[in-house]
Design a protein around this ligand. Structure first.
Ligand code: FAD
Length: 325
């Protein structure tokens, strides 16, 4: 059930089998599997998942290719709640390792927040990432197009950019490298650096060889209408016409609550075994947070793997599980 302020007291008194941090694609999938394994589950979710921002899920077997992320989330939540799982709208702040259990500290309420702690045997980190966007004076102007024809994910949307005039918005030479796999889909690419980094000789040479343009003048605003970007106006008032765009500016990782565990990482991504377990035996990581492809289908599959491994662990200790055990 959706926990209200009144229910919280009861929930803080018990030990959950699993707490899932994040109710996006991965977290909801994990929650559905856990509840179907008859394990007591709490999903803590602050909302605004990356999947909520996804206007159309183009590549998920069985769903129409214009399915918005928000309907996936709505259905996932309803499904999870119908199986008796607990769901709390809250912000996960910190975790304490108590040996056999983990204590999870959360902030409930955006104003006049209250701090509560919950106990769990296992934790699944499903809190994802969020993409950095070009920092324009008027961010509303960026939100008007980001997630529509201004993409953030080449794997998701390369196909949508095929044979089109594409602007790539990067924040570093390393992020600009996305141009080369994008070159599989289209030849007409302009890299916008906004003066944020130098295009070194090596990169410039590679761009020139492929006939890609480089524009270093900062952007004044994106132009277009009805969520369709048609170009970019630069601060010197020139307008570069485009049909679509790709942002590659890195991401913020929602995993600070795990920092003190010093879990094994590759870059910012958590390293897991094939069942999504991190280097801590009671902490699993799924979806965009872990090493792998940032895709809904992967997050959903990770949720199934983590939940199944937790069920196996629990069964080893209690072969015939009862709710009171
Ligand atoms: C614009 C866009 C288009 C995309 N298109 C596609 C596509 O077509 N196909 C595809 O497969 N993928 C696509 N993706 C990628 C896809 O959205 C992600 O791979 C997927 O959502 C990852 O799922 P997740 O469960 O790891 O994270 P999310 O879905 O982001 O869920 C994480 C949840 O955790 C919550 N959270 C974070 N921190 C905390 C905290 N401290 N306490 C409590 N809750 C917290 C967040 O608010 C969020 O609700 C797209 C992404 C974007 C941004």
């Amino acid at each position: 059930m959706k926990l209200t302020k009144q229910d919280i007291q009861q929930s803080t008194a018990k030990v959950y089998d699993t707490i899932v941090v994040g109710g996006g694609a991965g977290g909801l999938s994990a929650g559905i599997y856990l509840q179907r394994y008859l394990l007591d589950t709490l999903i803590i979710d602050k909302g605004k998942a990356r999947s909520f921002w996804m206007q159309e899920l183009h590549n998920y077997l069985g769903l129409p290719p214009d399915t918005p992320g928000r309907s996936l989330l709505r259905q996932g939540k309803e499904h999870y709640l119908s199986l008796g799982g607990d769901l709390l709208d809250a912000y996960e702040e910190e975790i304490f390792d108590e040996g056999e259990t983990l204590t999870v500290g959360v902030k409930v309420g955006r104003t006049k927040s209250k701090y509560h702690t919950f106990r769990t045997k296992y934790l699944i980190a499903a809190s994802g990432i969020i993409d950095y966007l070009p920092a324009l004076d008027n961010m509303r102007n960026v939100y008007d197009y980001a997630g529509y024809n201004l993409h953030v994910c080449l794997i998701c949307d390369g196909y949508e950019m095929a044979d089109k005039k594409v602007g790539v918005f990067a924040s570093s030479a390393a992020n600009a490298e996305v141009i080369f796999p994008l070159g599989w889909f289209t030849n007409d690419i302009t890299l916008f650096t906004q003066g944020l980094f130098e295009v070194n000789e090596d990169l410039r040479g590679k761009l020139e060889t492929r006939g890609y343009q480089v524009e270093s003048t900062p952007i004044k605003q994106l132009v277009g209408q009805e969520h369709q970007m048609t170009g970019v106006e630069l601060i010197d008032e020139r307008v570069v016409e485009l049909e679509t765009g790709l942002i590659s500016m890195g991401s913020q990782y929602h995993s600070t609550y795990l920092d003190k565990f010093d879990l094994e990482k590759q870059g910012n991504n958590l390293v897991t075994d094939k069942m999504a377990r991190t280097s801590h035996k009671r902490i699993f990581a799924i979806g965009d947070l872990k090493v792998g492809l940032n895709q809904v289908v992967i997050a959903v599959a990770d949720g199934a793997l983590a939940a199944t491994q937790i069920w196996r662990d629990v069964r080893q200790r209690i072969p015939h599980y009862t709710k009171s055990a």
